[in-house]
Write a protein that binds this ligand. Sequence first.
Ligand code: FES
Length: 102
Amino acid sequence: MCSGRVCPTFIFKAFLEGADGVLVCGCHPGDCHYHEGNYKCLRRFKLIEKYIMQMGIEPDRVRLAWISASEGKQFAELVNHMTETVRNLGPSTIKLQLETFV
Ligand code: FES
C-alpha cells in the first residue's frame, strides 16, 4: 500500500523469479499517507541501486518514480517508457546471477 513497505528483497525476488525490470512507484514527496514512507523508500532505493551496480546489473532495470493515482496519463507514459527501456536492454541475466548467490 505504501512505497515505504517495499523491502529490497521484493525487488531481488522479482528478478529471481524472472522479471527483466522492476518499477517501484510511490506518492509524491509530502503526499505519503503514512507521512514518511516514500522518504524511507528513497533511502532504501539508493542502497538497492548500489547493490544492483555492484552485481553488474544495468541500473536502468530498476526505477523509482513518484506518481499520483490521479495522474493516469503520466502513469501510462511512465510504464511505457520503463517497458521500452527494459525491452531495449533485452532479457535479464539477473536470475542466473542471483542463483549463483543462493
Ligand atoms: S502511501 Fe506512502 S508512498 Fe504512497
